[in-house]
Write a protein that binds this ligand. Structure first.
Ligand SMILES: [Ca+2]
Length: 152
């Protein structure tokens, strides 16, 4: 009986642990469409500009290989603004191989603010960065242009 009694508190704790573990498993399933387990800056491949819906390279990536004046042309259902990459990106990696940097533009058609992302540069959190007009970069990028004018 003494041995049984000493097991009781331990059993109680393990039930609590099981509850936490179950909650964690359920949580990860619920988050799956938004934050794939593989999300990382290293998901970007050579020649690409990659962007993610969320900070810290979560949700995506969207992959851009040329200059694109209108990100409304690139659907991504997880993007809340209108289901395209327009006004959605919150982190980025320039994995281009041409040696060029890439400009991130605030407005379709390469207008208003611009932000320079040099070759191999990566920005984990757009909320800490601004376009050259002072507007916050987060959820505002609408176009990208590769250029030798953008470098360290
Ligand atoms: Ca975002």
């Amino acid at each position: 009986m003494k041995g049984w009694a000493s097991l009781m508190p331990r059993r109680g704790r393990s039930v609590t642990r099981l509850g936490v573990a179950t909650a964690l498993v359920l949580g990860s399933f619920l988050m799956l469409p938004v934050a794939p387990a593989s999300a990382a800056a290293s998901d970007c491949n050579a020649t690409q500009l990659c962007v993610w819906v969320n900070i810290n390279y979560n949700g995506g990536p969207g992959r851009f290989t040329g200059s694109n004046s209108n990100w409304n042309n690139f659907p991504h259902p997880a993007c809340p603004y209108n289901g395209t990459w327009n006004n959605c990106a919150s982190s980025a990696v320039n994995d281009g191989t041409s040696g060029l940097g890439v400009q991130l533009w605030e407005t379709i058609g390469y207008h208003d603010g611009v932000f320079c992302l040099p070759q191999f540069a990566q920005v984990a959190d757009f909320t800490n960065r601004q376009f050259n007009n002072g507007h916050n970069l987060n959820d505002r990028v609408s176009a990208n242009k590769w250029t030798s004018a953008c470098h360290d």
